[in-house]
Design a binder for this molecule. Structure first.
Ligand SMILES: Nc1ncnc2c1ncn2[C@@H]1O[C@H](COP(=O)(O)OP(=O)(O)OP(=O)(O)O)[C@@H](O)[C@H]1O
Ligand SMILES: [Mg+2]
Length: 394
């Protein structure tokens, strides 16, 4: 290519510079282009660094005399050219210099040296090449900043996700601890019954109490497994063919000691009409039912009251109901009962019971409905739609 072959060198250099990507790769290419297309005998490029200071870009076209020279980064334009020309000790007759400026940023300066007094290259080609290099440097810097902020963003997203996971794990732990208390509390009562029966020599009663204790323990272990599965982030896999009537029965056995405690004498009535089985995690559903029964007992301070447990089914769903004839709830309580940590029991309640029930039913693709009004008791219905035969992973 001749010195003034029009725009071809510019186009060619623009492509090379934009493909080079980083500032360190662009500037040696600029030196090459100025020698090749402009006919400069030597080229010195002073690069100004973001963190301060300026250094010469290494290239075969750099005058050796300048290698050990340190230059004030504020020196630009003709003044810089003259300083460098002098430093070369008369080897060159002329110098042309131009700053590398784009988008309000100064990236450095370029000095082109000519040995011949009359040669000074095509001025507009020189300006064009230097400006294209400056544009490429500006793009590279922007890209670098973008990549950096993208990395920072990703890092803070990861931190956030970790914190969120921990928070959820904490909530889950509180919930499981709550369910465990509900399930394990009856153990000490059964233990007392067994001891008493042993003293009285009633072996059958001892056996029955031991049987109850074994069941309670199994549920407790399942609860702990739930927490472990959750902390591993593995979906809880064990899905049973649940007989709702049997689960109701199991839950009432677990809750029974609580209903009797404090001489409350609350009755449990079972009206079990469900015939189909439902697929789900029986441990979770028993916990949900125990929660509902314990809540009903807590609400009914008077003796002689009843908790009714019903099961049944329609064409498209199976359901379980826990109904009490206690005081019911005013609308402002009814509206908030499923919120985590909402309780009217002060420090005696965690407010997690119904939140756990709600979450369990969601995980089963089902729902929980509450019907209540003041003085009319409360009735909770858990529905398992037939279509959700396979509950989604936890
Ligand atoms: N059967 C019910 N009758 C009247 N109020 C109820 C009944 N069940 C729940 N509630 C109200 O809903 C609130 C929230 O219940 P939830 O089970 O979530 O927490 P809690 O029972 O207060 O605490 P915890 O479950 O830790 O003992 C209760 O504090 C109570 O006011
Ligand atoms: Mg509760």
């Amino acid at each position: 290519l001749s010195q003034d072959s029009g725009v071809a060198p510019l186009v060619r250099f623009a492509r090379l510079a934009s493909e080079a990507g980083t500032g360190a790769a662009i500037l040696p290419l600029l030196a090459d282009a100025l020698v090749t297309y402009l006919g400069a005998d030597a080229v010195a490029i002073l690069e100004i660094h973001e963190e301060g200071g300026a250094t010469f870009v290494q290239s075969p076209h750099m005058p050796k005399e300048l290698e050990r020279l340190s230059v004030d980064p504020d020196l630009i334009g003709e003044e810089l050219g003259r300083t460098l020309l002098t430093a070369c000790g008369g080897r060159f007759a002329r110098v042309r210099s131009r700053p590398l400026v784009c988008g309000g940023s100064l990236f450095g300066s370029v000095a082109m040296f000519f040995a011949d007094e009359k040669a000074e290259g095509n001025a507009s080609l020189a300006e064009g090449l230097v400006d294209i290099a400056a544009i490429a440097l500006d793009n590279a810097a922007k890209l670098h900043r973008l990549a950096r902020s993208h990395t920072e963003l990703r890092r803070s997203q990861e931190t956030l996700a970790r914190a969120e996971k921990l928070r959820a794990l904490g909530e889950m732990a509180a919930g499981v601890a709550h369910d465990l208390m509900n399930i394990l509390n009856p153990l000490s009562l059964h233990l007392q019954l067994a001891t008493r029966a042993l003293d009285a020599g009633k072996t059958d009663d001892v056996k029955q109490s031991l049987g109850e204790m074994r069941q309670v323990l199994t549920r407790g272990v399942q609860n702990i497994q739930r927490l472990r599965d959750y902390s591993r982030q593995a979906p809880e896999t064990r899905i049973d063919e649940m007989d709702l009537n049997r689960l109701v029965h199991e839950a009432s056995e677990i809750a029974r000691p609580r209903l009797a405690s404090g001489g409350r004498g609350i009755r449990i009535k079972e009206e079990l009409g469900a015939k189909r089985t439902v697929r789900g995690r029986s441990g979770e559903i028993v916990s949900a039912l125990v929660n509902l029964i314990v809540n009903a007992a807590d609400a009914m301070a008077k003796t002689g009251t009843t908790v009714t447990l019903r099961t049944g089914e329609s064409d498209d769903a199976s359901w379980v109901q826990v109904a009490d004839d206690g005081p019911g709830m005013p609308p402002e309580v009814e509206a908030r009962v499923f919120e985590p940590f909402f309780t009217t029991k002060g420090s005696d309640g965690t407010g997690l019971g119904l939140a756990m029930v709600y979450a369990s039913m969601r995980r089963h693709g089902g729902s929980v409905r509450l019907e209540t009004s003041p003085g009319q008791g409360a009735c909770f219905t858990l529905s398992f739609p037939r279509s959700a035969s396979e509950p989604p992973p936890a």
